[in-house]
Every structure is written in structure tokens, then in C-alpha cells.
Design a protein around this ligand. Structure first.
Ligand SMILES: C/C(=C\COP(=O)(O)OP(=O)(O)O)CCC[C@H](C)CCC[C@H](C)CCCC(C)C
Length: 344
């Protein structure tokens, strides 16, 4: 075709239609994936009950809990790459992710069904895609399976006290009161965010530690302290729903302090408490690990400045996706450093 050959409108519009079909297909497959992972912006209208059940368990939220188990295994100082240890760790990840996180997520959707009917009516429960009795059955199945596996892990680890079972009982109780009335911790900004941050760091970390070593008070306190950085992360999620929360009277931190102040509180919590953990590592002479942790905080501060502080409402997801990997790597670095002092 010469340069002067006119391009017919027909070929142009056919290309345009094909392109728009392709874009549509990509968007649809993206929102299908979001649906299965239990993310916001998911496609509606799933008919397979098993996919709906999976969607209710929000697989995307399992990742931090599974990672927490890895950090705990590292901090025990006893993890070695044997087949038995891999199987133990795998079972523990099944416990913390699909079973326990799945249980708290579906319980949350069950108790939020009226709010969701207003804000996200396409979700499985408010849309009627799954009947309530089936939801309740799934909650019980996940909870009971979780507690049984926790007990089995205690036996497998030879724990004289059922530490893992106790963590599973406390975790499932906190997960319940986070969503269920009358306490509904999520209604209070500080309590709800700390429960979320602590649950996602302390519980799985202590579980992984108790599976391979002796869980001691130092690890419990340190992970609870680390969870204050997790509290900051939990606040990041509250910006997108600030208008709805304000109208419904939910006291999230952005509602209580305003967008700008809450964003500042959030980043200070994230950076300060990781920094204090680095200081603790220096105090136990883990200087190299402390330095790595500090190096991992720097990109987080950069992303806070580039994205989050400039527009916390629209950049929350972009910030989480860019900064979170550095925070979670820092947790593993800390776990490995603590593992050198397994007897503390
Ligand atoms: C339900 C949770 C978050 C969702 O909150 P929200 O309603 O604000 O979000 P949506 O807009 O998506 O509806 C998580 C709550 C976590 C909870 C406080 C406790 C978790 C406990 C652990 C799963 C326990 C793990 C124990 C184990 C490792 C033995």
C-alpha cells in the first residue's frame, strides 16, 4: 500500500471493533480474576457455588497471613529444609490462609451484609448469589477445620502447651468481634485498625514460631510492636470508604482526623515502628540486619511521598502495591535476625 492510498473507513472501524473487543475481553478476564480473589471491582454474576464460596473467602487476603508464618519459622531459628518441615509449614499456611483468614472474611461479609447491600450490592451475599444458611455452614466448617488443624499442628510440633490451638482460638474470637455486634471493633478506628494489623502480623508469626521453636514473650511483644506498623497499613485501606463511613457513623481514622492528618498518622506509624524494630535489632547486635531493614524503609518513605501523601484516596492501591513488598521483606529480615537469638 502506497503512502497515498486512502485508508478505508471500514477497515478502520473493523480494527476499532476488534480492538475494543480485545480490551473488553481483557477487562472481563481481569474482573473475573478479581472476583475469585475476592477483590473490589470484581465481576458480578458468578453462578458456580464453589467459585462463590472461594470469592467469599477472599484469597487475596491470605497472603500476609501465609507470609507471617514464614517470618515465624525464620524467627524460631530452627527451620531447616527437610520434607517434614516443608509439610508442617504447608499445613500451617493452610491453617492461617484459607481456613482462618477465610473464616474471618466470610464472617465479616455475613455481618456486613446490610451495609454491603447499599455500598456493594453485587457482592455474593447481598446479591443473593448464595443463601444465608449455606454461608453460615461455610463459616462453621472453616472454623472447626481450622481448630482441628491447629490442634494437629501442636501435636506434630510436640508442644507441651497447645500454643497454636490457643492462638487459633484467640484469633478466631478477635476475628469474630471485629465484625460482629455488639463489639464490632471495626467501628472504632484505633481498635479496628490495631486488631487488623496485629492479627495479620502477630498471630501468624507466633504460630510459625511455635511450630518450629518455643514461643516466648519477647517474640509476642516484638510482633505486637511490629503490628503498630501494620496498624498504619490497615489505615491506608480506610481512605477509599471515608465518605460512606462518615455517613454510616463509622469512626475510621480518616473520619476522626480528616484525610490529611490521618494520612500523616498512617505514614508515621508505618515508618516509626519499623525504625524502632531496627533499633531493637541494633540493641541485640544484629547491625547488618538492622541496616537492611532501614534500607527497606527508605523506598517506603519515597512511595509515601510520591503517591500516598499526595492523594491518599486515589493512590491507596498504587501505594500499597509499591511499598508493601519492602515492608514484608523487612519482616522476613527481622525474623531471620531474631532467629539468631532463638533462646531470647
Ligand atoms: C475481615 C477483615 C478485614 C475486612 O475488613 P473491612 O470490613 O474493613 O473490609 P471490607 O471492606 O473488605 O469488608 C480481617 C479481620 C481480621 C481479624 C481482626 C482477625 C484475623 C485473625 C486471624 C485470621 C487469626 C489467624 C490465626 C492463625 C494464624 C492460627
Amino acid at each position: 500500500m502506497s503512502e497515498l492510498t486512502p485508508i478505508t473507513p471500514n477497515s478502520n472501524s473493523t480494527e476499532a471493533i476488534n480492538a475494543s473487543d480485545e480490551v473488553k475481553a481483557v477487562v472481563e478476564s481481569g474482573s473475573k480474576a478479581r472476583q475469585l480473589l475476592g477483590m473490589k471491582g470484581a465481576a458480578a454474576g458468578e453462578t458456580s457455588v464453589w467459585k462463590i464460596r472461594l470469592q467469599l473467602m477472599k484469597p487475596i487476603t491470605w497472603i500476609p497471613l501465609i507470609w507471617g508464618v514464614v517470618c515465624g519459622a525464620a524467627s524460631s531459628g530452627n527451620y531447616t529444609w527437610t520434607l517434614e518441615n516443608v509439610l508442617k509449614a504447608g499445613l500451617c499456611m493452610l491453617l492461617s490462609g484459607p481456613l482462618m483468614a477465610g473464616y474471618v472474611q466470610i464472617t465479616n461479609d455475613y455481618y456486613d451484609r446490610e451495609i454491603d447491600a447499599i455500598n456493594e450490592p453485587y457482592r455474593p451475599i447481598p446479591s443473593g448469589a448464595i443463601p444465608l444458611p449455606q454461608v453460615i455452614t461455610q463459616i462453621w466448617v472453616l472454623l472447626i477445620a481450622g481448630l482441628l488443624i491447629a490442634f494437629a499442628l501442636d501435636k506434630w510440633a510436640g508442644n507441651p502447651f497447645p500454643t497454636i490451638t490457643s492462638i487459633a482460638i484467640i484469633g478466631s474470637f478477635i476475628g469474630y468481634i471485629y465484625s460482629a455486634p455488639p463489639l464490632k471493633l471495626k467501628q472504632n478506628g484505633w481498635l479496628g485498625s490495631y486488631a487488623l494489623g496485629a492479627s495479620y502480623i502477630t498471630f501468624p508469626w507466633c504460630t510459625g514460631h511455635a511450630l518450629f521453636g518455643n514461643l516466648n514473650l519477647t517474640i509476642v511483644i516484638l510482633t505486637m510492636f511490629y503490628s503498630l506498623a501494620g496498624l498504619g497499613i490497615a489505615i491506608v485501606n480506610d481512605f477509599k470508604s471515608v465518605e460512606g463511613d462518615r455517613q454510616l457513623g463509622l469512626q475510621s481514622l480518616p473520619v476522626m482526623f480528616g484525610i490529611t492528618n490521618a494520612a500523616l498518622i498512617c505514614v508515621v506509624m508505618i515508618d516509626l515502628f519499623q525504625g524502632l524494630i531496627a533499633a531493637y535489632l541494633v540493641s541485640i547486635h544484629e547491625n547488618l540486619y538492622a541496616a537492611i531493614l532501614v534500607l527497606l524503609i527508605i523506598p517506603q518513605i519515597t512511595f509515601q511521598d510520591m503517591y500516598f501523601l499526595r492523594d491518599p484516596i486515589n493512590n491507596d492501591v498504587k501505594y500499597q502495591a509499591s511499598a508493601q513488598p519492602f515492608l514484608v521483606l523487612g519482616m522476613l529480615v527481622t525474623g531471620i535476625a531474631l532467629g539468631h537469638h532463638a533462646g531470647i
